[in-house]
Design a protein around this ligand. Sequence first.
Ligand SMILES: [Zn+2]
Ligand SMILES: [Zn+2]
Length: 355
Amino acid sequence: MAPKHGLAGFQEDQAAKRAKSSATPASRSATPADTSAKVPFKVEYPNMNLSSPTPRVKRLIDAADFQVSPFIAKGASKDGELDQYYAVTPTTEWEDMKKYNNFIIQGEVYKNNQFVFVRGEDTPKDKDTEGRPKDFWVARILQVRAKNAQHVYALVAWLYWPEELPPPAAKAADQLNKDSGKRRYHGSHELIASNYMDVLDVLSFAGKAEVHHWLEEDDNLQHKLYWRQTFCRETQALSKLRQHCICKGYFNPEVTMYICDNPSCKIWLHDDHLLDAILTKVYKKQTGTNDGTNGVAKANGKKGKTPPYKGIFKATIREEDDKPPVALITDLRANANPKTWEERIACPECDELLQ
Ligand SMILES: [Zn+2]
Ligand SMILES: [Zn+2]
């Protein structure tokens, strides 16, 4: 089974195959010839506002249904951002099939809204979904229809691994490389929900997936798959995330953050940017220099220039139960006295000591 995997709607002319090892991981429309034979249905998104559509588009508009997306991101730019009209073609064949609320594969009951692992073209045949989930695609079931027991189809909405996102039209500061839309804040178990839809043969499903909607209120995700952000087919934009820290960057659940306890501040701080603020302050105090720099934390976590304290001071943060975190500072200069000491940590935003 080799279902297609949406996303490249804007790159259809390239029709490049989605491949894990590809140098262009984002181009993955991949509608191989044999897929259309196995899954005869295609999802199309007619422009409903055309004043004089062609007869073909007119038929699509007449057949179109409105899909309310099951994904509502915290930072959606408007309500129903991912909702859209769509039509499945060939329309009559699709509509003639009976709708079901659930179906069974290998003894497992699948229902609407269930997340599933899907076998892609490059998924090794012998792979199960344990251990290396990124060998699979992930989708959410929106609707199930069947012709008979052998021909069961699911309309799904895709979720994408960050590596699969297309690079943004304008380079983003927190983009990891030029070939994909993956950002620095994306965690290794993160998926991005989308409104790219497809019809799949349910035999391409490799099992149920447990995917959490993470609201960024805790970092207690362990190794669970989660989504917090959406990618909109129409705008090709990621939903906004809450900004944190003095760098105005985002929360990567795999990076430790400290929270200022001052009720009127409550800023979340990346550990490396907090250390940067501490060392910049130590450097100024110990060397009497004030060159006007305020550390190297740059917007969106982008690396700045070499900090002035580099090679002179270093620091780590020590945390003990029930005690405020402290900075352990080391003076690296040969004649330093003292060599090491501890300091309470002040919030770089409001100056209140962290508790
Ligand atoms: Zn930061
Ligand atoms: Zn503060």
